[in-house]
Design a binder for this molecule. Structure first.
Ligand SMILES: [Zn+2]
Ligand SMILES: [Zn+2]
Ligand SMILES: [Zn+2]
Length: 298
């Protein structure tokens, strides 16, 4: 091929008359570390059918996603369950943390990132909007990027504010503007032809954000419960939004105990599924730019 070739994301791609050709299959694997709302399921002291269900898909840790590609391994949010989540789902490598917002259910496991400092042998970058990182640094005010003078092993973190697209390994992340009672940053993740939208907490999504995730291969979206809520969208609103976005496959997340997994599945269109802890979704982008989406479980 000739000189209009460009190097993107460590893979040679050619653009010829507007057509992009990838020279090898690229993949992105999503592991749902947690899919529950802020109190987790089962809720403390609740004996409803969902909280006492024998179906493991109704046990929901707080919301977090683990993303892997050939060169990237990062988590979006570190909930209070973070340590148990990474143990349960075999996560032994985290190169970066990406935060959506600083509600307790998304940040309170952050201290456990220090084990990944040791495993990686270095400082870990944490990305988020300025408001979120301000709150995280206030709560974890002992976390810095220099080893402790007293020999204590605290997390070593570089905090990096993001308002524009940035790169973690070979994944390009674009911050997405979402309202959730407070500012919430969702993310569009792109790797070669693969495109994934992640918005775990959402009350309203501006039209500009809908346009950014439109036609994604996978869209993950908040769907707290059937009834309306002051800071989350309900199932019906989520489905209406997902129909506008038109992803190949969509996953509902941040679910409360009103939603029984199997029963909710029966109410959804075929391209929308209910996420559950331990679900893995593997996306593969072939040379012609076509992306396949495949589910596996642990
Ligand atoms: Zn939340
Ligand atoms: Zn319950
Ligand atoms: Zn929240």
């Amino acid at each position: 091929m000739q000189s209009d070739s460009v190097r993107v994301c460590d893979d040679w791609v050619w653009r010829t008359r507007g057509v992009v050709v990838y020279l090898r299959t690229m993949f992105m694997e999503l592991t749902f570390l947690g899919t529950g709302t802020s109190v987790g399921i089962p809720m403390i002291g609740c004996h409803c059918p969902v909280c006492s269900s024998g179906d493991p898909r109704n046990t929901r840790r707080r919301t977090s996603l683990y993303v892997r590609t050939d060169t990237a391994a990062f988590v979006i949010d570190t909930p209070p369950d973070f340590r148990q989540q990474v143990l349960d789902f075999g996560v032994e490598r985290v190169d970066a943390v990406v935060f959506t917002h600083a509600h307790a259910d998304h940040i309170f496991g952050f201290d456990d990132i220090r084990r990944f400092n040791t495993l990686k042998g270095g400082v870990i970058p944490a990305y988020g909007d300025s408001e979120t990182l301000g709150d995280v640094q206030r709560v974890f005010n002992y976390i810095g990027n220099k080893p402790s003078a007293h020999g204590l092993y605290r997390p070593l973190v570089d905090f990096i504010e993001v308002a524009e697209p940035f790169q973690v390994g070979d994944v390009r992340l674009t911050p997405l503007d979402v309202q959730h009672g407070r500012k919430m940053t969702g993310y569009l993740m792109e790797h070669g032809p693969i495109k994934v939208g992640y918005v775990p907490d959402c009350l309203t999504m501006p039209a500009a954000t809908v346009a950014q995730v439109k036609g994604a291969d996978v869209m993950v979206l908040d769907a707290l419960r059937y009834r309306p809520h002051p800071s989350h969208i309900c199932v019906e609103e989520s489905l209406a939004l997902l129909a506008k976005i038109g992803a190949k496959a969509s996953y509902l997340i941040h679910l409360c105990h009103d939603l029984e997994h199997a029963e909710l599945e029966t109410r959804l269109p075929p391209d929308v599924r209910v996420s559950y802890d331990g679900l893995r979704v593997r996306l593969a982008g072939a040379g012609d730019g076509k992306v396949t989406v495949e589910e596996t479980t642990l």
